[in-house]
Ligand binder design. Structure first.
Ligand SMILES: Cc1cc2nc3c(=O)[nH]c(=O)nc-3n(C[C@H](O)[C@H](O)[C@H](O)COP(=O)(O)OP(=O)(O)OC[C@H]3O[C@@H](n4cnc5c(N)ncnc54)[C@H](O)[C@@H]3O)c2cc1C
Length: 1123
């Protein structure tokens, strides 16, 4: 956090405590001098102006109202902060003769509320509700509550590239802004004039805005196209003001206003397009086309690396103008095109959760609230970051490479070390053991390794080359800026799979899955199709970024790490530090999200932190900033799948041949293609398969596991193939799928490779695994039937067809996707657990080797323990996992943690229960309470605690079935879409904890939605830099992006004979079901393409951003007609 932020937070804290006046002294809040900054708190406009006038020449100051703009443009550090929140003149809201007036401090929420009121009640102001309507897409509710319109406009003036929504609205409306100088002189400006004012240099204050009344025949419309629904700045926002004479063929009476933001670094008034419309009839096609052509000439969008393309933004200027015209014309335009006028309006979100009760086994299967939910919601849940600083603790920040493919020549830290507070630099030369942060994880891709710090060559932009440690994080950051790194032999980076495929491939230890004979299958096929599908990666975006604290003690190193695999972190640190494992004590209470990104890549931080602690002999803490997390740590692999498929006239698959290539980053470490090929058959039957997994290396971070790695790719590619086959034969996609379902008793190769690989990571080589497993019943068939009824699919499909016939510019799609998710369980995958009963009160403490990371592991474990011990869940508590009590545990991943820990704890409890039952009998305590029995047993010398480690073959793999139906609506003109409804029917066996499972299913679906639609990663082709390493450029789904209506049902009467307490896992499979949304979008896009005169197969590569969808719909200015 930069220096000045601490001051800002301090001030806010004081205000929150109501201590502002006391601290600031007099009524006026005299200046408060802090170390490097002075805070002023004027309570009148005059005081503010006096304060500004009194500032020394050249001083760096800022006004502070809501203080939210810091998150957009960091600015600072400033020496003078002037808080304006107490100035009554800046909070005015009044109606004057020439307009509605709002003081600069009025929050955006209040401004909107007042505009909605004025639109209803004041003549001449009906139009202002349109402005406020668009501002509903500005930031989010809390931002609008805190941020002022004045701060927004000042930010636009200071940073013209800011795509301010307020600015667009105010220019369009013809608002004026009054500013006041430090001498009290006031000026009134149009918004365009204001952009020319040097607000900061002249120390001018924005006082107020005035919105004029407009005649009823003036049409005002603002539209914002943004990369996701909320909390995103506009790709393009547009404002239109036209005065029309409706009776005269909607003739534009005077010169209209057309303004766009997001096109170039400031804003544009489309004067040529304005001229093309002035005095002309909007009902005349030629006029509209002339305006669109004018835009094509006068709009020259700037290139914005990592953001949307200039082509898309130019196209949006045209389609938004067209939307405006359609809006003005209303019924005067043809009914076919009228759907282009409106934006998508999201109804209030809703959800339904349905699950079988199964009360006979409660508390197993009881719908309980996740144990940590209350403290997570209240913010009381303690994560590593909350561990108080140890005395003398240092903070570390990574020195990272600014080249992606170069030789490291020198690292000069002289200037950095001279900065007060900077204590040292740790680099590769300080490593006493191996410069390799992978321990057991290296066994996945045999022979792989990953350096803690680059030593000879740097292989990606952002690669750690050392750690700078200082007494504060700010000092470390300051030191960072002074480190000089030099490189030579700078080579162009390879950043895409396509480029990497043109170079020699790394050795590939992963064999293909071969079943039958694909050559024979192709020979027997009457149709053969080929295709490729790309899918971008997905960054790890946990709420808790990577963090480790290492405290060197007299018997080793005490480590608090946000790791999904404590034993891996323990071994990796020991290996790097060259100390025995028993000197590394890793403890994990809970993680603020893991999703696979903290299985081994957490060691980037943990090993570097430990090295620093070893060298400095002081406690060291490293927590990555979010953008560093996005730059330094890899996420999910991007993928390329090329396929060839043979099938007969009826659509029965005869042969599937595919090569699945993943981008592993600069080393092949966590390669998921073996999982992808194992999962690819999903619920389908085909006699001949040849599925080849491979990977490429590129100059990007090592990619890593990410919720259902490989599986989601395999399953989605298969669905893509099924869609391709359906299009080729003109068959209904669901009918085609139903024809190819695996029959009951069908044989499947359920991830033998995965089982072997996972076992290797658990330190054990498993041979003699069967080649195939039998799927006793493919539940999918029945599940499809159930969902068709519960989701009313046939009726809704017919409605969708009709909707698509009736509308040119809005399209819908509704599809059903089945899934068989292979749960591949290695025979040996130990989790060691400890169940201790406290003799005095009978309460139970559990410590298990799993990582509770929000997935509800502890809740499931507590339910199983309570059931097996016959006690209430209320008397069970958890002790953080650590490498002493729970040694040699496996990684909490692959949906294995909750299950296996529940199993192991259950087994420990059974042993304990049996022992206590025997004692009860022996002691004649048959009617005694639990508390009485345990105390008596303890007093009698009975051991009332129990360890357990699951042994060979105790848990088994199986298939998880799921069906999803999604319905979408697409705005063809912008590519924006909404998931209207998603129904999911999932087989959770006899769910261990239905509410936890449903939470996982809903969350998993939304994570898949992000992967397949919103989350786009882009590396600069020249420098290799991640261009999407910030919250402004990388877009995960938010609350208003999820399905409007989401209904989750857990399958009834489906006990899993081999599952823990008859259950099935739920955390990963639903991610794959998000592909139902892609299938539905395909239907919507297909309809739009048909309208454009194009039929047949087209590829939909993910992520399907709005831009990509709009382009796939073949929107072209010549098609923007009125008939
Ligand atoms: C998460 C997030 C999402 C956002 N999304 C959007 C979005 O979608 N669309 C959009 O348009 N904006 C968006 N913003 C920007 C947001 O609207 C502005 O940050 C906010 O309106 C600024 O108001 P404030 O009161 O917090 O200003 P502050 O942060 O307090 O001040 C901002 C700047 O304005 C100056 N200033 C403040 N008051 C005055 C005054 N009276 N006279 C002269 N200068 C003054 C300050 O000196 C400072 O430079 C977003 C911001 C965040 C943090």
């Amino acid at each position: 956090m930069p220096n000045h932020w601490q001051d800002v937070l301090w001030l806010l804290l004081q205000q929150a405590k109501g201590e502002g006046k006391k601290v600031c002294g007099k009524k006026s809040g005299g200046p408060l001098k802090l170390k490097d900054t002075t805070w002023h708190k004027p309570s009148s406009l005059q005081e503010l102006l006096d304060t500004l006038a009194g500032l020394p020449e050249g001083v760096k100051y800022t006004l502070v109202c809501g203080n939210t703009a810091q998150a957009v443009y960091e600015g600072g550090p400033y020496s003078e902060y002037i808080y304006t929140g107490n100035i009554p003149e800046l909070s005015a809201v009044r109606l004057e003769t020439d307009g509605l007036v709002f003081g600069a401090n009025v929050s955006i929420t209040r401004l909107m509320e007042q505009l909605f009121l004025a639109a209803k009640s004041l003549g001449g102001f009906a139009y202002v509700s349109h402005l406020a309507e668009t501002w509903k897409h500005l930031g989010n509710t809390s931002l609008r509550n805190l941020g002022s319109w004045g701060g927004n406009i000042a930010t636009k003036v200071i940073h013209p590239d800011f795509t301010s929504d307020i600015f667009v609205g105010l220019v369009t409306a013809g608002a004026t802004i009054t500013t006041v100088g430090p001498d009290g002189s006031s000026d009134t400006h149009t918004l365009e004039e204001l952009m020319e004012v040097d607000l900061v240099g002249q120390r001018r204050v924005i006082l107020q805005l005035s919105l004029p009344p407009l005649p009823d025949n003036v049409f005002v419309r603002t539209i914002k196209v943004r990369p996701r629904t909320s909390t995103a700045l506009a790709d393009v926002s547009a404002g239109f003001k036209v005065r029309v004479d409706a009776a005269a063929a909607h003739t534009v009476v005077d010169s209209p206003v057309i303004v766009y933001n997001g096109i170039n670094p400031s804003f544009i008034r489309a004067t040529a397009a304005e001229a093309a419309l002035a005095g002309k009839s909007l009902e005349d096609e030629a006029v509209v086309q002339a305006a669109l052509s004018a835009l094509a000439t006068e709009v020259v969008p700037a290139i914005k690396p990592g953001e949307t393309s200039p082509e898309y933004r130019l196209s949006l200027t045209q389609t938004l103008l067209y939307k405006m015209v359609l809006g003005v014309l209303g019924d005067s335009a043809s009914s076919a095109v009228v759907s282009g006028a409106d934006e998508l309006v999201r109804p209030v979100s809703s959800g339904q959760q349905t699950f079988p009760e199964n009360p006979e086994a409660w508390p197993v299967g009881k719908p309980v609230t996740k144990l940590e939910a209350p403290i997570q919601c209240s913010g009381e849940a303690e994560y590593v970051t909350k561990i108080p600083a140890h005395p003398g603790e240092l903070h570390g920040v990574f020195v990272t490479s600014t080249q992606a493919n170069a030789r490291l020549v020198s690292i000069d830290t002289t200037d950095a070390l001279a900065i007060p507070g900077v204590m040292g630099f740790v680099g590769a030369e300080d490593i006493r053991g191996q410069n390799n942060m992978l321990a057991f994880a290296a066994d996945w891709t045999p022979g792989s390794s990953q350096p803690v710090f680059a030593s000879e060559r740097v292989e990606y932009h952002g690669q750690p080359i050392g750690l700078l440690v200082a007494t504060t994080k700010n000092a470390a950051q300051a030191g960072l800026a002074a480190v000089k790194v030099t490189y030579d032999d700078i080579q162009p980076p390879v950043v895409t799979i396509e480029e990497a495929l043109t170079k020699p491939l790394p050795p590939n230890p992963f064999p293909p899955v071969v079943i039958g004979d694909v050559a024979a299958g192709f020979a027997a096929s009457t149709h053969i199709i080929e295709g490729t599908m790309q899918r971008g990666g997905q960054l790890h975006y946990q709420l808790e970024t990577q963090i480790t604290i290492v405290n060197p003690t007299d018997n080793g190193f005490e480590v608090h790490s946000s790791t999904q695999w404590a034993s891996e972190t323990q071994r990796a640190i020991a290996q790097v530090l060259d100390v025995p494992d028993n000197q590394v004590h890793v403890s994990v209470k809970r993680l603020g999200g893991g999703f696979g990104g903290k299985i081994d890549q957490c060691n980037i931080v943990s090993t570097a932190t430990a090295l620093a602690a070893q060298k400095m002999r002081r406690p060291v803490r490293v927590q990555l900033e979010l953008s560093d997390n996005m730059r330094i740590v890899g996420g999910r692999e991007s993928y390329l799948c090329s396929y060839k498929v043979g099938f007969d006239d009826a659509g029965k698959l005869q042969a599937v041949q595919a090569v699945l290539t993943s981008n592993s980053g600069y080393r092949g470490v966590d390669v998921s293609t073996p999982s992808a090929v194992a999962a690819m058959p999903s619920c389908y039957d085909c006699p001949n398969w040849e599925l080849t997994p491979q990977f490429v290396v590129t100059n990007t971070p090592v990619t890593t596991w990410c919720r259902t790695p490989g599986t989601v790719e395999g399953i989605c590619y298969m669905e893509n193939i099924m869609d391709h086959v359906a299009v080729e034969l003109g068959l209904d996609p669901l009918e085609l799928r139903q024809k190819n379902l695996l029959p009951d008793g069908g044989r499947r190769r359920l991830g033998k490779q995965i089982i072997q690989l996972r076992s290797r990571m658990a330190g054990c080589n498993v041979k003699d695994l069967p080649d195939e497993v039998t799927i006793p019943r493919n539940l999918i068939s029945d599940m499809i039937t159930q969902l068709l009824t519960s989701a009313d699919v046939e009726k809704r499909k017919a409605d969708v067809e009709q909707f698509n016939k009736d509308n040119l510019w809005k399209k819908r799609g509704l599809t059903v996707m089945p899934m068989l998710w292979p749960h591949s369980v290695p025979p040996v995958y130990p989790f060691s657990v400890m169940v201790s009963v406290n003799a005095r009160d009978g309460s139970v403490s559990i410590s298990h080797g799993g990582a509770e990371m929000g997935q509800g592991l502890n809740t499931k474990v507590a339910q199983v323990a309570a059931y097996e011990l016959g006690i209430s869940m209320d008397i069970i508590n958890f002790v953080p996992n650590n490498t002493h009590t729970n040694p040699n545990s496996s990684s909490t991943s692959g949906s294995l943690g909750s299950d296996t820990c529940s199993h192991s704890v259950g087994e420990a409890c059974k042993i304990l229960r049996a022992r206590l039952d025997a004692y009860k009998q022996e002691a004649g305590l048959l009617d005694a309470s639990w508390q009485e029995v345990v105390l008596s047993a303890f007093n009698a010398g009975v051991d009332i605690s129990q360890r357990y480690v699951n042994g060979n073959g105790e848990t088994q793999g199986y298939g998880v079935f799921g069906v999803a139906c999604s319905e979408v609506e697409l705005d063809v003109l912008t590519g924006q879409y909404m998931i209207l409804r998603t129904d999911i029917l999932e087989d959770a066996g006899r769910s261990l904890s239905p509410l936890v499972d449903i939470g996982q299913i809903e969350g998993g679906f939304v994570m898949g939605q992000g992967l397949l639609s919103l989350e786009k990663i882009e590396f600069d082709a020249t420098t290799g830099k991640n261009l999407t390493d910030s919250v402004w450029t990388y877009h995960t789904p938010m609350a208003l992006d999820i399905p409007v209506d989401i209904r989750v049902t857990l399958l009834q009467d489906a006990p899993n004979p081999v599952g823990v307490q008859s259950s099935k896992v739920t955390s990963e499979p639903p991610v794959c079901l998000a592909y139902s949304m892609v299938m539905a979008l395909r239907q919507a896009v297909t309809s739009a393409r048909q309208d454009a005169g194009t039929t047949g197969w087209f590829q939909m590569d993910a992520p399907l951003t709005y831009e990509k969808l709009q382009q796939l719909c073949l929107v072209d200015a010549s098609r923007l007609t009125l008939a």
